[in-house]
Design a protein around this ligand. Structure first.
Ligand SMILES: *[C@@H]1O[C@H](CO)[C@@H](O)[C@H](O)[C@H]1NC(C)=O
Ligand SMILES: *[C@@H]1O[C@H](CO)[C@@H](O)[C@H](O)[C@H]1NC(C)=O
Ligand SMILES: *[C@@H]1O[C@H](CO)[C@@H](O)[C@H](O)[C@H]1NC(C)=O
Ligand SMILES: *[C@@H]1O[C@H](CO)[C@@H](O)[C@H](O)[C@H]1NC(C)=O
Ligand SMILES: CC(=O)N[C@H]1CO[C@H](CO)[C@@H](O)[C@@H]1O
Length: 386
């Protein structure tokens, strides 16, 4: 109590010494204390304040990060011999490490901060789909027509996970630990792979009534659901109820009038699916509740006429941004586009000096601002923050 009393006395004394405020009530002009000497510097300071605010107001933080990503000469490299059919990026935060799979079975690995890329040939046919294992990125899984392999750097082996008579198109993990996966077949069916069972055969092959299955993708939260996309069909199934025949979808994503190149769930909630269709449309569906038919949220006209020499476009979500996806483009100058799920074009990545071709296959780093685009002669282009 005495200490508090003392303190009170001290404050009263100080208050008596400090001069009374001279500032009038009401609005005051924003002029600095020693106006005459520093007027130019003050003007600059206030202009800077205005400018940085303006940038923040017209661009979201996300757009700001997209704008900061650039392509330099060093970050373009031929990594595989032929057309890029798949790309994967290692989740490392310090070193940019990418893998590209090509049309004739090559996998190129590239440490982007280094000169050379190194080519391996673990497949006989096109490498259609590739992912680093989410729980153990020492494993690079790669799928070609006849086989799914796991490149294990700790053993220096491209092991075989499953071998198939039918022709495989794509795969995705059913769990983060990558012990089971769903695979799609060009003949339309899908199958489950369980790595814990011995041998390299598939567990269950299921006819889902598709003519073609090009992509399969597992829901990020409810991992029993996967979306399959093929000719004009895009449907969501529950893997727990798959049987060899007579499978009924949980949901259908209707409206496609030509063949569909890809369908992927949004990365955090799975509340959206984006599709690319040969009818020149990108469609975003609202999959927040999985009723038998789900509604289209937005449609974007998008020239998909890649022709026979280029890989077809696949729109992929930015894993860091639940509502934005990335897709190649036929527009000139050559560019890679970023859209919001509302259909709004947010950003175009281009560089007239170093991006002179169409990038059909792209991948975005899970935590850093890095985008990798692959073209049809084995070249990768890495846009990154400087
Ligand atoms: C990759 O590049 C980084 C930066 O130059 C270097 O420190 C690292 O040793 C390289 N790693 C390999 C495996 O070449
Ligand atoms: C790749 O093709 C060669 C030549 O046709 C064949 O001998 C080999 O068995 C094939 N490899 C695999 C893994 O199927
Ligand atoms: C992988 O995860 C699933 C589901 O969480 C679990 O049932 C399974 O035992 C795990 N497998 C391994 C090898 O850890
Ligand atoms: C791929 O990119 C490289 C470098 O940007 C370019 O020289 C090459 O012509 C491109 N390939 C195709 C098929 O457009
Ligand atoms: C409208 C249109 O030109 N659609 C094209 C989209 O791309 C596919 C495949 O390249 C073509 O077959 C379609 O004609």
């Amino acid at each position: 109590f005495f200490a508090a009393l003392k303190l009170h006395e001290v404050f009263t004394k100080i208050a008596n010494v400090v001069p009374q405020p001279q500032v009038p009530a009401g609005p005051l002009p924003m002029v600095p204390e020693n106006q005459v000497e520093n007027s130019k510097l003050t003007e600059d300071l206030l202009a800077t304040w205005m400018k940085i605010t303006h940038i923040l107001m017209i661009f979201s933080r996300y757009q700001y990060s997209l704008n900061s990503m650039v392509l330099s000469e060093d970050n373009v490299k031929k990594v595989v011999k032929n057309r890029v059919c798949s790309v994967a990026i290692h989740p490392s935060e310090s070193i940019i490490f990418v893998a590209a799979g090509d049309k004739y079975g090559q996998i190129g690995l590239w440490n982007v901060t280094e000169e050379g890329a190194h080519v391996f040939i673990p497949h006989n046919y096109s490498v259609n789909c590739m992912h680093f294992s989410p729980s153990n990125p020492a494993h690079l899984l790669s799928l070609s027509h006849d086989v799914l392999r796991c490149g294990d750097v700790t053993k220096a082996i491209f092991d075989e996970i499953c071998r198939s008579e039918g022709s495989l198109s794509s795969f995705d993990f059913l769990e983060d630990n990558a012990s089971t996966a769903i695979v799609g077949y060009w003949d339309g069916s899908v199958a489950v792979v369980d790595r814990r069972t011995p041998g390299t055969s598939l567990e269950l092959s299921a006819n889902i009534g598709f003519k073609i299955t090009r992509t399969v993708h597992v829901h990020p939260v409810n991992k029993q659901y996967f979306v399959a996309a093929g000719s004009v069909d895009v449907r969501i199934y529950d893997v727990r109820y798959l049987k060899s025949d007579g499978n009924k979808p949980v949901s259908s994503l209707n409206g496609h009038t030509k063949s569909v190149a890809s369908a992927y769930f949004s990365p955090v909630t799975g509340n959206r699916v984006v599709t690319v269709c040969a009818d020149d449309k990108l469609r975003v569906y609202d999959t927040s509740s999985l009723s038998s038919t789900v509604a289209v949220l937005s449609t974007v006209r998008h020239n998909n006429n890649t022709g026979r020499w280029l890989t077809r476009f696949r729109a992929i979500w930015d894993p860091k941004q639940e509502d934005c996806f990335v897709v190649g483009s036929m527009a000139r100058p050559r560019q890679i586009e970023v859209y919001q799920d509302t259909g709004k074009l947010l950003h175009s990545f281009y560089n007239v000096d170093y991006l002179g071709s169409v990038c059909s296959i792209n991948v975005v780093h899970p935590s850093r601002n890095i985008l990798v685009g692959g073209n049809s002669s084995g070249r990768l282009h890495v846009f990154k923050e400087q």
